[in-house]
Design a protein around this ligand. Sequence first.
Ligand SMILES: *Cc1c(COP(=O)(O)O)cnc(C)c1O
Length: 353
Amino acid sequence: MNRYWSSVVRGLEPYVPGEQPKIPGLIKLNTNENPYGPSPKVLRALADEVADTLRLYPDPNSDRLRAAVAGRCHVKPQQVFVGNGSDEVLAHTFLALLKHELPLLFPDITYSFYPVYCGLYQIAFQRIPLTAAFEINLDDYRRPNGGVIIANPNAPTGMALKVSEIERFLEGAPESVVVIDEAYVDFGAETAVGLVDRFPNLLIIQTLSKSRSLAGLRVGLAIGDAGLIEALDRVKNSFNSYPLDRLAISGAVAAMEDNDYFEETRRKIIATRELLVKDLRGLGFEVLPSQCNFIFARHPGRDAEELARSLRLRSIIVRHFRQERINQFLRITVGTDGECGRLTQALAEILGD
Ligand SMILES: *Cc1c(COP(=O)(O)O)cnc(C)c1O
């Protein structure tokens, strides 16, 4: 605390991101980054953008990127919003669309940034428990609310709802905004983007950080009815006119256009995940069914925090959450086959001790 702080800052409980250690040779399986680099076409587009034109502001509306996203998702550019990572898109969404009298609903176990935004913008919220099997049951969300936000697939469980379940929920929930955070959707789940033309209260949020391997470029997006997008534009234009710089716009356009590279790398990650799940189950782990580039696993005989510490001594870092209900789980990012092999070997040694 410092006496110059505003009362808002005094009350904040900020999000704690996974660490980015500077230790060389580390196997980093803690923040769900893509183990493969971005498309070579992205790197070329970035290099081309490093030019005299950097003295000029970028396009405040990122029209080129909005058009590229619209083309890929079969929507109109007015149905697309882009921002500095999906975290920024989420922040604007909370303020623009989810702040109401009635509480915002989200699962008790989900992306831990959601309650942080509620704290920042003073939004009332209610946590809805996952089932005993760590599933989301959308019938539990059929109660008066000021909005609903669901990560699909959910994080950190990795488990996904079917689009038909989301559709059935939306048919009975026209009163408030329903946000689906699809940060991991490309690793095996179904996108609900196809529903936006039928439901003017549905907003889909995606990111280029995971499946497009661009966590370092900071690009996220939202797709929905033009009326919802206009609300996001109003907040954005009251906050920062230029959230995406010239490099981010060019790199993101190239990433959206290189479908072959996208398909190749996401398939590799899915194949490695299936192998990793099989190996961990072979070591006695219980692994939740994952549709993500990470898995969520617990060992019936070993404390999760101790396992994480032992892995760290072997230069492998994974994510452990101290939160109730999940404090015996480890969240492990799917790396390359080689990295996952080193992980299972290390776990086999640790469990053998
Ligand atoms: C990673 C992640 C995000 C944020 O991604 P950005 O890098 O800010 O685009 C949003 N939601 C969930 C559930 C995530 O896991």
